[in-house]
Design a protein around this ligand. Structure first.
Ligand code: PLP
Ligand code: COI
Length: 363
């Protein structure tokens, strides 16, 4: 543990009846718990003043760097309620490490991994009643960091703030594991060589909103981006990594090419698939290969994965010129088996062979 101790200012924003009504059907990202965690950083004094505060607006000088140059990074993770009443996180240190990789790219300060996990633990402890217990429900946690120095010169800010907020969540896509349609963006790129594609920074998501609305206009739930250099090599979806499954059980997923997010779900699924005897190829995959493989029957399944999406089967990839449609074959058997395995570990109904579960609050 760090020597920094959190001070706690508590407040109950909602009655138990209001909370129960929200937890019965939270959707995704609509409601927030009673508290938030906050830690301040200055270049001169480092990390200081860790606090649990009532959830609410944060005050910021209008000249704060984040408002002008977008110096912001975030994480997405979940707390799960196990049957014995304990509250757990899935590989939280991986989120802390990835936040620090994003911090390096965005010239923000790195935060000690233990301090990150402690902030999450403090928040989940105080808002424990907000962790839902329904099927496929969890408490979505959103750690993020903003630069809040008031200075208009373009340089790395010397003041920043790390916060964690929490939101009770059901499935990201309405319809649960219902297979989704995705749209190939042929006019916009998400990332390019040397850019910020591998960082989890707000700007990447701002840039994905126009292509995402184009996808929605085509009746699709997510947008697929290709490498801007080839317009054919698959990168990832707006907010998820992508896997294809071959008829022989081999999993294919784009390699970490510096432009895509190093997904913790992706990494975990690669391990679980190997444990189950699947071959896994992390390499360049093209839309052309997917199209040809679906046509000749050698590629039989596709799925999206991420903290919010968990594992979401993909039914079809639509493009301006053609559609790759798995039809009634989606969701495929490999997709469903991996989903069951992963969620079983997260929700505590299956063994956790790799020690990925971290108990935040004991039963
Ligand atoms: N790719 C992008 C662009 C994302 O936003 C996410 C979600 O966090 C992922 C991939 C999946 O990452 P993870 O599995 O760590 O949630
Ligand atoms: C997550 O999965 O945590 C993300 O940040 C992606 C977004 C679609 C909510």
């Amino acid at each position: 543990m760090t020597e920094l101790a959190f001070t706690r200012t508590t407040a109950e924003r909602r009655s138990q009846a209001e909370r129960d009504a929200i937890l019965a059907d939270p959707g995704f990202g609509n409601y927030f718990t009673d508290h938030m965690a906050s830690i301040v950083w200055t270049k001169a004094d480092g990390w200081q003043n860790p606090e649990i505060l009532p959830y609410g607006p944060i005050q910021m000088d209008p000249a704060s760097s984040v408002l002008h140059y977008g110096q912001e990074i975030f994480e997405g993770m979940k707390a799960y309620r196990h049957a014995d009443g304990s509250l757990v996180a899935f590989r939280p240190e991986e989120n802390a490490r990835r936040l620090n990789e994003s911090a390096r790219r965005l010239s923000l300060p790195e935060i000690p991994v233990e301090l990150f996990v402690e902030a999450v633990r403090e928040l989940v402890t105080i808002d424990a009643d907000w962790v839902p217990s329904g099927a496929d429900q969890s408490l979505y946690l959103r750690p993020f960091m903003i630069a809040d120095e008031s200075f208009l010169g373009v340089r790395a800010a010397e003041r920043a703030r790390f916060l964690v907020i929490a939101s009770p969540a059901g499935p990201y896509f309405t319809g649960g594991v219902k297979p989704v349609s995705i749209w190939l963006s042929e006019t916009h790129s998400r990332a390019g060589r040397g850019g910020t594609g591998a960082a989890k920074c707000g700007g990447n998501y701002a840039a994905s909103l126009l292509p995402q609305s184009e996808a929605a206009a085509q009746g699709c739930q997510q947008v697929l981006f290709t490498d801007s250099a080839t317009d054919d090599t698959i990168d990832e979806l707006g907010g998820m990594n992508l896997f294809l499954v071959r008829a022989d059980g081999t999993l294919l997923t784009p390699r970490l090419n510096g432009n895509i997010l190093n997904g913790i779900t992706r990494k975990s699924l690669i391990q679980l698939a190997k444990d189950r005897g699947h071959a896994v190829e992390e390499r360049d995959i093209t839309v052309r290969e997917w199209r040809a493989g679906a046509a000749d029957g050698s590629i039989t399944e596709a799925f999206a994965c991420g903290t919010a999406a968990v594992i979401t089967p993909i039914r079809e990839l639509k493009t301006a010129d053609f559609t790759i449609d798995f039809g009634e074959a989606a969701p495929g058997a490999v997709t469903l088996a991996l989903r069951e395995e992963l969620t079983g570990i997260q929700f505590g109904t299956r063994e956790d062979p790799h020690g990925w579960i971290d108990v935040l609050v004991e039963a």
